[in-house]
Ligand binder design. Sequence first.
Ligand SMILES: NC(=O)C[C@H](N)C(=O)O
Length: 486
Amino acid sequence: MSYNNKTIKELHQLLVNKELSVVELTQSVLTDIEKREPVIDAFLSVNADRALSQAATIDARGVNPEVLTDGISIGVKDNIVTEGLETTAASKILGGWIPPYNATVADKLAENGLITIGKLNMDEFAMGGSGENSSVKPTKNAWNQTKVPGGSSSGSAASVASGEVRLSLGSDTGGSIRQPAAFNGIVGLKPTYGRVSRFGLIAFASSLDQIGPLTPTVEENAQLLNVISGFDKNDGTSSNVAVPDFTSKIGQDIKGMKIALPKEYFGEGIDEKVKEQILAAAKHLEKLGAIVEEVSLPHSKYGVAVYYIIASSEASSNLQRFDGIRYGYRAQDINNLEELYVKSRSEGFGPEVQRRIMLGTFSLSAGSYDKHFKKAGQVRTLIINDFAKVFENYDLILGPTAPTPAWDLGARVDDPIAMYLADLLTIPVNLAGLPGISIPAGFVDGLPVGMQLIGKRYDEATIYQVAGAFEATTDFHQHLPVIFDK
Ligand SMILES: NC(=O)C[C@H](N)C(=O)O
C-alpha cells in the first residue's frame, strides 16, 4: 500500500493514532521509490537499512504528537552534507566521500524526526538547468520521461512529483528549486537570503545560494520551511531575524493585496502559451480580491549576464579547494604537484563546471576585474533597487517561473546559452536576495507551468498566503502525472 497521496498532516494523524507504524510508512516509501526509480532516476543513493532502523527507533519511543514531521521520510539534494551518507554533489571529484558531519539543515531534519531516505540527483555542483550535468545519470521529468526535469535540483523535484517521497530539500542559486518545481508541477520555495543556514551546503556561489523545500502542496512547503529556518552561528550569513510560523497566513483572504506584474516578465523570450496561463492566473487572483497592476523592472534583462559573471567568479574561488589532495578524486601517474592539480581537476570536474571555473577565473583576472566583475556588482545594485522600488507600493510580484515548459532531454546540452536563459525570470530574485516560490498554475501541451510569486525580504508568510489562496481555489496541484499512481 502506498501513502504517497497523503499530506504530512494526514500521515502524522495516522502515526499518532497508531493506525500506521513508522516502519510501515518507511517501507511503503522505499517501495514507492523502488517502483519509480527505473524510469525517474531521481536518487543517487537510497539508505534503506538506516532509514528502517531509524523508523524502528521512533516506533519504540512513540511518535511525538507535538512534532508534525516525526517519522516522515524526506529526500535530500546531494550537495547537502549528511553525516555517514555519501555526499557527492553529483560530481566525480567527490565520489565516495562520506562526510564526518551534518549540514545544519540535516541536523534540523533529524531533530524534527524526519528520516533522510536518500540523496537526490542534481546537476554537478548545482550548475545547470536540466539535470543533465549530473556526472552519474540524467533524472527524468515526472510528467514525461523524454523531457528534462529542470535543474539543478532535478532529483528533488522529480522524486516529489512522481510520488517517491512527499518532501525534499533542494538548493537555489539562480532558480534551481523554482524552475524544476515548475517543470514537475509541484511547489518549490527559495527562502530569503539568510533565512536558512548554508553550513554544510557544498558552496557554489556564496552570495546567492539558499536551501529550500519542495513539496506537493503549499502548506507542506511552509511546514518544511518551519523546520529548516533560523539563525546558525556556523553560517556568518544566516540572519537572526525572528522566524514566524510560515503557515500562519494560509487560509486568510487576499482582498486588497497589491500584486505587481512586471512587463519584462511577459516580454521577449517568453513562450506565448506560458504567458497566457500566467496572465489567467493573475486574473484569478484578481477575482479573489487582489489588486493586480503592471510595473517595470527595467534592469532585470541584465540579470543573466550579471549572474554568470558573479556566480562563476564565486564558484571559481569556492571550487579551488578541490585540488586532489585534501579530499576527493586524485589523479594517478603524477610526476609533480602542478600535474596533480591539473589532472585531478580536469578528470574530476565535468565540462560545465570547468566552463564556469574558466569564466569566473577570467572575470576575476587583473585585466578583466573592473570591466566585468566590478561592473556586474554595480548592475546587481540596480536590479536590487528596481525590486525595492516596486515593493514600496506592492506586496508581491507575479510572473512565470520559467520562460517555457520542460524541453526534450538532450535538446540544449550543446547550447549553454539556451540553457542559461531558462533562468531569466528566477535569477534576479537571487541577485536581490528575495524569497520566491513556484506553484502549479496550468499546463501547456500536457506539461506543467509554474507561477512565480516574489516577496519582500523575510516575508515568506505573505507568499504562502497568496499561494495558498490560489491553490485552494484551483485544481492544478490535483492533476498528477501517470507515474504517481504506479
Ligand atoms: N544553480 C542554479 O540555481 C541554477 C542555474 N541554472 C545555474 O546553473 O547556475
